[in-house]
Write a protein that binds this ligand. Structure first.
Ligand code: ZN
Length: 425
């Protein structure tokens, strides 16, 4: 029944390769948010050729938005002959910095052995290109469909999505009645459906001390020693306790199927950032530490914070002069779309048709733009599904497989058929 759609995708294989390569050639590195506008303008032109109406929407006033680095988003819409439901494919156009260790040019989009190499190939310009080709194929085969298809290319996912999906969600672009179903082609693998992600709590802890001459530390109070006591308590109590908190959420990789915490940074004492380098001479009066705590559906954010605060409060009773401040930096609640949700069952049907097997249902260890769709847009029929392997994202020599893109474009096209035409084939 899906033969026509699959053929239509096969016919567009070269187009899919060209589109992916052209997208990779825009060095949309974030931060700072380079080349967003030319990339969004290119997408707008490309989608207009497919019959979409397009809008460029700048995240004016969002973090990082300046005239030099405008947070430019593109939203494209194709309305069918008659009114019906809307399926939206959302991809971020930003990529992370290249880093060291590349053996190919990260923005040349080299094709070799069935793979396209480049920064953003897998995360997630390959997925964006696959969704465009899936829509093209669907429109060619079923021009009289009911409903609408939207495709967006958005800014800033790698830095929190504030100038991208969060901004558009505030303007109503990710809410009913405009949109019913959202597919985010993040690189979660072509036969897996990502239902959501764990929660995040970033916080900064500061211990306080008293400045004094380094030769007479007894006259002051060392904030770094206080922080050492905090880290020791984390090692002895908190990390072992977090290891024991397992989740029923199907998080991949399996190591993330429990609570985790990272200590992202420690900064204590006076700065030594003077070149060629002057040592810090004093007893430090401040030490700051940033934590990245990932939590589970089974946990309550208040309890998550309470565990850390309880340790700090206890130290206050135990250590003379110990004082601290605990500041929230970022909070994201965990989210998991129901397995029976329409977009999940539609993509599952596509995966069954293309691969002849049941999909794997997974949860991402980290967050992505689904959080804004759920929390700001109040739209819960949302998943991540796309080609590319998650473990290649953000690495040197990132690549996406051409046949993976072709196969996931077929899954996306069949999902459109299921959601907009009831899968009548
Ligand atoms: Zn991504």
């Amino acid at each position: 029944m899906d033969e026509k759609l699959r053929d239509a995708i096969e016919k567009r294989r070269d187009d899919l390769i060209t589109l992916t390569r052209e997208l990779i050639r825009f060095p949309t590195i974030n931060p700072p948010g380079e080349a967003y506008t030319p990339c969004a303008e290119y997408l707008a032109r490309r989608l207009q050729q497919s019959g979409f109406e397009t809008q460029l929407i700048r995240g004016v006033g969002t973090p990082g938005d300046t005239d030099r680095f405008p947070r430019t988003n593109v939203v494209a819409r194709f309305d069918g002959r008659t009114h019906g439901q809307t399926v939206h494919f959302n991809s971020h156009i930003d990529v992370v910095d290249t880093g060291e260790g590349w053996t190919v040019d990260p923005f040349e989009a080299l094709v070799r052995d069935g793979k396209i190499y480049g920064r953003g190939a897998c995360d997630m310009k390959g997925g964006l290109a696959a969704s465009i080709v899936a829509a093209d194929a669907f429109l060619a085969v079923y021009p009289d469909f009911r409903g609408a298809i939207e495709i967006s290319g958005t800014a800033d996912e790698e830095s929190g999505g504030f100038g991208g999906v969060a901004h558009l969600a505030r303007l109503g672009y990710f809410s009913k009645p405009r949109v019913d179903h959202v597919i985010i082609p993040e690189p979660l693998d072509k036969d897996r459906i990502c239902l959501g992600h764990r929660g995040v709590w970033w916080a900064e802890i500061e211990t306080r001390g008293e400045i004094a001459h380094g030769s007479m530390p007894f006259l002051g109070d060392c904030a770094i020693r206080h922080m050492g006591a905090v880290i020791e308590a984390f090692e002895k109590e908190l990390f072992p306790a977090l290891d024991l908190k397992q989740t029923a959420m199907p998080v991949v990789p399996e190591g993330a199927r429990r609570s985790t915490m990272n200590i992202n940074s420690v900064h204590g004492g006076q700065t030594e950032d003077f070149k060629p380098g002057l040592p810090s001479p004093n007893v430090p009066d401040s030490c700051r530490l940033t934590i990245d705590r990932r939590f589970l559906l089974e946990e309550d954010l208040g309890e998550v914070k309470g565990e850390v605060r309880a340790i700090l409060e206890r130290l206050k009773g135990e250590r003379p002069k110990f004082d601290y401040e605990l500041r929230d930096v970022m909070e994201v609640l965990p989210t998991m779309t129901e397995r029976g949700a329409p977009v999940v069952t539609a993509v599952a049907e596509g995966i069954r048709a293309v691969f002849g097997k049941e999909p794997a249902y997974v949860i991402s260890p980290g967050t992505y733009d689904q959080k804004h769709v759920a929390r700001i847009g109040h739209l819960h029929d949302c998943i991540a599904y796309g080609p590319g392997r998650l473990d290649l994202a953000h690495r040197p020599d990132e690549w996406v497989g051409i046949s993976d893109m072709v196969e996931s474009a077929k899954v996306m096209a069949i999902s459109l058929d299921v959601l907009l035409r009831g899968g009548r084939g």
